[in-house]
Design a protein around this ligand. Structure first.
Ligand SMILES: Nc1ncnc2c1ncn2[C@@H]1O[C@H](COP(=O)(O)OP(=O)(O)OP(=O)(O)O)[C@@H](O)[C@H]1O
Ligand SMILES: [Mg+2]
Length: 293
């Protein structure tokens, strides 16, 4: 058979489909809190958050997604109501509302829950500045929520995934203080590594001053186009720099991934057999099976 890029993609998808058959996801020992961050816009943070969350929850794990981005793209993709009157992360972060007041169940996804972002959250970046413990508000809210669930005898959450806005402001700082792990999606293109040192410096500062346990546990290549030599070169660069952190699974460029949100769906339900859905399932499995930090 000819060795063409298309053939390679088909072979990869076939192998992935076989490998994913009957795989079981394991409950982590404690709730894993993972922040998905990259101050660069449009690198796939939201797509990664919602699709990993969907894949983990469809594997039987209990997952909460926190939308910490005023754009509310995560809430949209999960079909979660988030017009201005809906109680949201704004109320949690600025008005100290308990998370349990704002968490909604994702329709048709029994193990998936979402704390939405509304447009009000765009004011939080400024309003937070004058509040006490302004960097710790999300961390405290998550802690209280996990305790409350335990007291009420509710199922323990396996994962909390926090989607960040494309900036390094107080919303992202709150997300980085609240998490044990950071997952950085990197788009496999020319400028990919530019700006990454800024993010890593910020993470170092937060580790030194606010959250000593924070680690960059996972790096994920997104919108990867195996047909371009540039993408492969960038991917290799990323793997050379972060051999431990970079997932073996990279997410291919796929129209299905970009279409799904406009139907209020994740790619896993929108087109389960697509290469995008297979890749996110494989990535979720890898994340779940690699030892947690
Ligand atoms: N693997 C992919 N293949 C094709 N399109 C993709 C893929 N991943 C994401 N996209 C599309 O690229 C755009 C940016 O993705 P996404 O919204 O996930 O990035 P983001 O980092 O969350 O952006 P922002 O910084 O604005 O929050 C979206 O239109 C999305 O549908
Ligand atoms: Mg986003």
């Amino acid at each position: 058979m000819e060795d063409t890029p298309l053939m390679r993609e088909l072979t990869r998808d076939h192998a992935r489909r076989r490998k994913l058959e009957g795989l079981e996801f394991g409950h982590p020992d404690t709730t894993r809190i993972i922040t998905i961050a990259n101050q660069k816009g449009g690198v796939g943070k939201t797509s990664t958050t919602v699709n990993l969350a969907a894949a983990l929850s469809m594997g039987g794990l209990e997952v909460l997604v926190i939308d910490a981005d005023p754009q509310g793209n995560t809430s949209t993709a999960l079909s979660i109501e988030h017009h201005a009157e809906v109680p949201s992360m704004y109320e949690v972060l600025v008005e100290s509302a308990p998370l349990s007041d704002v968490v909604q169940d994702v329709p048709d996804m029994p193990h998936l829950h979402c704390a939405p972002a509304t447009i009000n959250l765009s004011g939080a970046e400024i309003e937070l500045v004058s509040l006490v413990a302004r960097e710790n508000r999300l961390r405290n809210a998550i802690r209280e929520y996990l305790e409350q669930r335990e007291e009420r005898g509710e199922v323990r959450l396996d994962y909390v995934l926090v989607d960040c806005p494309p900036s390094l402001g107080l919303l992202t700082v709150n997300a980085l203080v609240a998490a044990r792990e950071v997952l950085i999606p990197i788009q496999a293109e020319y400028y990919a590594l530019e700006g990454l040192s800024l993010l890593l410096n910020n993470i170092d500062l937060i580790r030194q001053h606010l959250n000593p346990e924070l680690v960059v546990s996972t790096i994920m290549l997104t919108m990867f186009d195996a047909r371009t030599r540039l993408a492969s070169q960038v991917a290799q660069d990323v793997r050379d720099h972060f051999p431990e952190q970079t997932l073996e699974t990279s997410i291919p460029r796929s129209v299905r991934i970009s279409e799904a949100p406009s139907y209020g769906q994740t790619v896993l339900t929108y087109d389960p057999g697509s290469s995008g859905a297979l890749a996110y399932r494989a990535a979720a499995y890898e994340l779940n099976t690699r030892p947690a930090p």
